[in-house]
Design a protein around this ligand. Structure first.
Ligand code: PMV
Length: 348
């Protein structure tokens, strides 16, 4: 162990540390990695953090534990999900010769079903790790750390709107962190999330991205056209041009899904209700209600609209067969440390 690592471990806090982070939705999507090992994105992205989708995570280092322990949504988790968190802690500590940790995490929404649970999950864990390891990271360093867990998590460090930057070298992550664009009070928007399935997705985003990059004939064009979309979205956000933001959001979403569908074998994350919902929203729009759809690596449909239209849009969304639930979200806050109550409750 080198002296820096010794110092880091000597600084560990053994008290429980609790952090909260909110999921985010990409308005300009990230899809593709220029390094899988270092988790470096192939393109930048722009997102909106959501108040309604929250992860609360308590982390406690404990010398008495033989191995790391993970409780997610009140269940003990082993295997790959636990190994992924252990690797993340090793990366943050810069060594695997660190005390074992207990991680207790809960989402107030379905996990692993295309509702960005890895974004809020790794953002909350990064913030907790920063506190428990006394790392004193800046927001951008925190974002970079969260990115090592999940690409989209880098954006959940911030409230409101964030942009994930993207470097060019395959082995250098110095430019791969998100920056803050506007905070949650910049603009009151609504994102209505139609949950059409709570099943875990079959093909995770990393596997999907790797397959797409290898096999889609459109991948090069996707990467090359991203800077134009990012530039247009930045200026539409600056001008609070809702129609432009909606059009760009849909464009980026369909470009990403078209890309995924053009892989071999094709990747289709939608179900019947997803498609029906898209038509319902487009039909509503043709009658004058400004609402725009976006989907991620799952069948849920997220509809962007302004607050005055949210009841009308929700009503139309409920008319779609197969909708299990609609979650209404507003722009939400960035990731923070909160009290350690959750851990105390679990252990009492
Ligand atoms: O953070 P990941 O590796 O789960 O990738 C997320 C990819 C999308 O959600 C589909 C798009 C995005 O930019 O969030």
């Amino acid at each position: 162990m080198n002296s820096k690592r010794k110092r880091i471990i000597a600084d560990f806090t053994y008290n429980p540390v609790t952090a909260q982070a909110h999921a985010n939705i990409a308005l300009v999507k990230y899809w593709g990695k220029r390094s899988v090992d270092l988790n470096l994105p192939a393109v930048g992205s722009i997102s909106l953090t959501l108040d309604a989708l929250k992860t609360t995570t308590t982390l406690q280092f404990d010398d008495a534990l033989e191995n790391d322990i993970l409780q997610l949504d009140h269940r003990n988790i082993v295997g790959e999900p636990l190994s992924r968190l252990s690797r993340f802690l090793d990366v943050a500590a810069e060594t695997n010769e660190r005390p074992s940790a207990k991680i207790v995490s809960a989402n107030n929404f379905p996990t692993g079903a295309g509702l960005a649970s890895s974004a809020s999950g790794f953002a909350a864990l990064a913030v907790a790790v920063n506190e428990a390891m006394n790392l004193n990271l800046s927001k951008e360093e925190l974002s970079s750390l969260a990115r090592k867990g999940s690409g989209s998590a880098a954006r959940s460090i911030y409230g409101g709107f964030a942009e994930m930057k993207c470097g060019t070298a395959p082995d250098d992550d110095r430019e791969d962190y998100a920056v803050h664009l506007y905070n949650e009070s910049y603009w009151d928007l609504r994102l209505l999330i139609a949950v059409t399935s709570t099943d875990k997705k079959e093909i995770g985003s990393t596997e999907g991205m790797v397959r797409t990059a290898k096999t889609s004939p459109f991948y090069k064009n996707w990467v090359e056209s991203q800077d134009t979309d990012l530039k247009e979205m930045r200026s539409a956000l600056n001008a609070k041009d809702f129609q432009k933001i909606g059009e760009l959001t849909e464009h980026s979403c369909f470009k990403m899904h078209g890309l995924a569908m053009s892989g071999r074998p094709p990747l289709l994350y939608w179900n019947g209700a997803t498609t029906e919902m898209i038509h319902t929203i487009w039909n509503l729009r043709s009658k004058g209600t400004a609402a725009y759809v976006t989907m991620d690596a799952g069948p849920q449909v997220k509809v962007l609209c302004q607050p005055g239209n949210s009841e009308l849009v929700k009503q139309a969304m409920y008319s779609v067969k197969g909708v299990k639930k609609i979650i209404e979200a507003k722009p939400g806050p960035g990731a923070t440390i909160v009290s350690d109550d959750q851990f105390k409750v679990k252990n009492s």
